[in-house]
Design a protein around this ligand. Structure first.
Ligand SMILES: [Zn+2]
Length: 430
């Protein structure tokens, strides 16, 4: 059997006035259904008498005439799924096996826009209850519940059509739909390994097995952009407080969103570029150092530290590498960098000094780029997790106890944030 994975196509909706009225009604009722069911379940959970059946039939019967039975059923299923994931996490927590980045486990929330303090407007259309049509001029339409709504957006993924979620974005006053697509999982034909160090100054530094030189993608454009928007946010915040004595506003939320979008866009572009390079070089597995907690105490100056605490979302970057690699059939393995002290990758000595971006080995005298040292150490840690017996590392490029053929400095690769992200399915097809 072929393995599949789920991906999402995003479309923007342009409903007419009439259509919007109808959409608002369906979404409002869908949200009420979700919230009512969730209320029953939360109450039951906190009182220690959870029951999957409680209230379900009553709510289904109440809402099926308004929403249609398919949508009522999809919303109940989504709520079931949310509770199942919650119980699974709870169980992992009890077994002490909770993934490190999850700090607290809480029951499914209500459909509510927490920042705006309003009800969230969304609904779910079952896979067999809608279709997307293209007219002779190439214009796309979403057809469901007797409506034909104009939509825009590229269908990045092609495969088996899944459910469609429709939601209203209060901030931009726009309607969007997220279409789930089930696609076949590709498998990369390569055999090599790549080792990645993630950081703030160099977003990605990677060494691919048997290569003479590591590669690096700068994080500097990201940092300066982040600080530009930070300043704007701070300025606006002080005006808000002074003039209206308020802490939040729509404009402020918009600024936060811009900052996040720009951050994510840059990360996505870099990751996409990197993974495509891995594909070209014949990589089968990417090992990513998970530096959780490692760098927080490093004194890298106020700016960089603030970024590590507040925004430098390693989680997001690692997640992006994982998903993008999977799109191209490459596996990703996180490597715990905890409790591993770095050594000189060339001679194995533990005697070295680090200064700024530089690493200097006191035994063999090599002066190297810190993040290259990081990536090579990740290679060593992931190849011999238990016994750091340096002489027996089975990697192409590792000889006589060290990475003797690997250069001490990386080649810096640039991306332009405007670089288009072609669909992985299309890239693999060519
Ligand atoms: Zn050395």
């Amino acid at each position: 059997m072929l393995k599949t994975m789920k991906r999402t196509n995003v479309f923007k909706l342009y409903p007419t006035k009439e259509q919007e009225k109808f959409l608002l009604k369906i979404c409002k009722m869908s949200t009420i259904l979700w919230n009512k069911l969730n209320y029953i379940r939360r109450q039951a959970f906190f009182e220690g008498r959870f029951d999957w059946e409680e209230g379900v039939d009553e709510l289904y019967n109440e809402f099926k005439s308004i929403l249609g039975s398919a949508t009522a059923q999809q919303i109940i299923r989504k709520n079931n799924f949310a509770w199942k994931s919650f119980f699974k996490l709870k169980w992992l927590q009890r077994m002490n096996k909770l993934p490190k980045h999850i700090k607290n486990v809480s029951p499914p929330r209500y459909w509510k826009d927490r920042e705006a303090g309003k009800r969230k407007l969304m609904t779910i259309i079952r896979n067999d209850r809608y279709r997307i049509e293209r007219n002779s001029k190439g214009k796309k339409y979403l057809i469901f519940k007797g409506m034909r709504i104009r939509i825009t957006g590229k269908a990045k993924w092609h495969g088996k059509q899944g459910q469609l979620e429709i939601l209203y974005d209060d901030l931009t006053k726009s309607w969007y739909s997220h279409q789930t697509i089930e696609v076949e999982k590709p498998e990369a034909k390569g055999y090599k390994k790549a080792f990645v160090d993630i950081g703030a100054i160099c977003l990605i530094t990677a060494w691919i097995e048997n290569e003479r030189q590591a590669i690096a993608f700068s994080g500097k454009p990201l940092l300066s952009d982040w600080w530009y928007w930070n300043k704007k946010i701070a300025q606006y915040q002080s005006i808000l407080k002074r003039v209206n004595n308020k802490h939040t506003s729509k404009t402020l939320r918009k600024l936060y969103r811009i900052r996040q979008k720009r951050f994510r866009h840059y990360v996505n572009t870099v990751v996409h570029r990197f993974v495509k390079l891995c594909l070209k070089k014949g990589v089968k597995t990417i090992f990513v150092g998970d530096p959780k907690g490692l760098r927080i105490n490093n004194n890298k100056g106020k700016k960089v530290n603030a970024i590590i605490h507040n925004f430098f979302s390693y989680r997001y970057i690692i997640q992006r590498i994982k998903i993008t690699a999977e799109n191209f059939g490459i596996k990703v393995k996180p490597v715990d960098e905890h409790n591993t002290s770095s050594r000189c990758p060339w001679c194995g000595s533990a005697k070295f000094v680090k200064k700024g971006r530089l690493f200097k080995c006191l035994a063999c005298g090599i002066e190297a780029h810190r993040d290259v040292v990081g990536a090579l150490n990740i290679a060593l840690v992931s190849m011999m997790p238990s016994k750091p017996n340096r002489r027996r590392c089975r990697l192409r490029g590792f000889e006589r106890g060290g990475f003797n053929r690997v250069l001490a400095h990386p080649v810096l690769l640039r991306v332009s944030p405007a670089e288009a992200q072609t669909s992985p399915q299309r890239i693999l097809a060519t």
